[in-house]
Design a protein. Structure first.
Length: 548
């Protein structure tokens, strides 16, 4: 009997395990336009967020083993800006406004974890209870049981998991491997291989002794390259997995979910103070990431950034009365503003030069000033008296902050406010040219010009993107996904503000402009004929048949 059992065991343990069957299917996200999705580490559950103007942002969980989709976050004032799973797949951490929460997979009440200093770009939840956040201010460490966020690095980066208390961080200088234990990061790839909002993902090996893989997007294609996580070394050449991919998520056991690259065309649309559509005023165009709009002083034209397909967006002028678009720059630009009379446009070249040209495109460019930061300088406002211009820097060789440039004399940039942590990142000059409204990582403020003669907090909670009504009697800004309005009274020496009022919800990442009378809002919205979201494709095992 012993010999028979021994022979049977020998045969059994030499048998090749049954090969996992590979199949694909599609999921149509319900509840509005899908804004992000993440697979649980074990590949059993899919979490995603949707947004509509009427409902705001909501979060959903879908079991890939069933047809049921469950709404887990549908609370006024609570929005999902970035979410990632716990190692066991039983909880999700997410950012809403300036706070980090965790939520059980099956729903319930979100649990507050920590205040976060900036928008979260990426996060990793380690099995030792440590949560690592990549933000616009650097890397922060938070306990999964709650507590203060502790800064551990200055790099701005997207993050993804690696085994052994390590992580991948991707920024403008490439993809690196870092460690919770500290030490110098190891360069993995010298160039930013993925789209800035899609981080590379490590997938462990399917069998012991084999390398794992790095999955990443380059030029719209999803690639996989062999990667030894213990040695932090890539091997061989990258191999294409799927073409025309705009976003993806992968589990540790080979499940893959991806979204096909489809047209993301938008149209400029006027909305009233209740968020109702009034009129479409442009033909469809493809914006550059966040569709930033700059409305002309007489409300008849707008500057928009249009994706040219080569990674270098250009500025176009939209004629709002004739639904027409005309190209303004041809060598790349990400920011431009109108002169006070609307006859000229100040535009930012990617080499740091800031030029002024006639708004109709005629004549030559006049160099106004040069910023050493290059394309990390964004021109933001031109005073109504024409005396000065403001711009912000978001990195580069200096700190984050705002600068003022006189339009006469030496035209040398003068620092207005700079700070490494509580930095202002958007500003607008008041119609009387005496005050500057700006957003920090926490609030909306109005401060004197020049600085130092008074500073007033306007928002009662977090705020972004302040815009003045043209008579200075109202200030509008974004709080989470809500468009807020607050009455303002300006004097020569003080600023008085009333109670902020929520007008309506905006899609995540939307930027707006305000008509002269404050009754209409110009927003870039998806074309109505387009599908709210393209379907998500689920691949049960992308590694099957991938090769040794």
């Amino acid at each position: 009997m012993a010999l028979s059992l021994g022979a049977l065991a020998f045969v059994h343990f030499r048998e090749t395990p049954p090969q996992r069957q590979r199949f694909k299917f599609q999921i149509n996200p319900e509840g509005g336009r899908q804004t992000g999705f993440q697979l649980s580490p074990d590949g059993r559950f899919l979490g995603y967020a949707t947004v509509t103007i009427t409902t705001g942002v909501r979060a959903w969980h879908r079991s890939l083993a069933s047809l049921d989709t469950r709404l887990v976050i549908d609370r006024p004032g609570l929005s999902v800006f970035f979410a990632f799973w716990s190692p066991d797949g039983e909880s999700v951490a997410f950012q809403s406004a300036d706070k980090l929460y965790k939520l059980a997979r099956n729903g319930g009440s979100p649990i507050f974890l920590a205040d976060v200093p900036q928008q979260v770009l990426g996060g990793v939840w380690f099995d030792n209870g440590v949560i690592l956040l990549g933000t616009e201010s650097g890397l922060f460490r938070v306990s999964s049981s709650g507590g203060a966020a502790v800064k551990i690095g200055d790099q701005q980066a997207l993050l993804s998991w690696l085994p052994g208390r390590r992580f991948l961080s991707m920024g403008a200088k490439g993809t690196f491997a870092g460690s919770l234990d500290g030490g110098k990061p190891t360069l993995i790839m010298p160039d930013p291989v993925s789209d800035y909002y899609v981080q590379p993902v490590y997938v462990p090996p399917s069998k012991p002794g084999l390398p794992g893989h790095l999955l990443f997007i380059r030029n719209g294609t999803l690639w996989a390259q062999s990667f030894y996580a213990d040695k932090l070394e890539l091997q061989g050449e990258a191999i294409a997995v799927e073409a025309r991919v705009s976003a993806f998520s992968a589990s540790t056991n080979g499940v893959l979910v991806f979204q096909p690259a489809t047209s993301s065309d938008v149209v400029l649309t006027w909305l009233d103070r209740a968020g109702n559509r009034l009129r479409t005023v442009s033909r469809p165009f493809r914006p550059d990431s966040v569709p930033v709009i700059r409305l002309s002083p007489n409300d008849s034209q707008a500057i928009v950034q249009i994706d040219s397909g080569d990674g270098k967006p250009d500025l176009w002028i939209a004629d709002l009365n004739n639904n027409a678009l005309s190209r303004f720059t041809f060598n790349g630009s990400r920011s431009g503003i109108w002169s006070p009379d609307g006859r000229k446009v100040l535009w930012a070249a990617n080499d740091g030069n800031r030029y002024v040209r006639s708004a109709d495109g005629s004549g030559e460019d006049e160099l106004l000033f040069k910023d050493q930061c290059g394309d990390c300088c964004c021109v933001t406002a031109w005073s109504s008296d024409g005396r000065f211009i403001t711009f912000n820097e978001y990195g580069g060789k200096g700190q984050h902050g705002m600068w003022v440039v006189p339009t006469q004399g030496t035209r040398k940039p003068i620092p207005y406010r700079q700070s490494q942590f509580d930095y202002p990142y958007w500003n607008q000059i008041s119609p009387d040219s005496r005050w500057l409204a700006y957003g920090t990582d926490q609030q909306i403020f109005v401060e004197s010009v020049p600085a130092g003669k008074g500073r007033w907090q306007i928002s009662t909670e977090s705020g972004d993107w302040p815009i003045w009504r043209r008579d200075g009697k109202e200030l509008f800004y974004i709080q989470g996904t809500k468009l807020m309005a607050v009455p303002i009274r300006l004097t020569e020496r003080s600023v008085e503000s009333g109670k902020p009022e929520a007008l309506f919800d905006l899609p995540v990442g939307t930027r707006f402009q305000v008509s002269r009378d404050g009754q209409r809002f110009l927003i870039a919205l998806p074309v109505e004929s387009a599908s709210p979201s393209p379907p998500l494709t689920v691949d049960s095992d992308w590694r099957a048949g991938f090769g040794k």
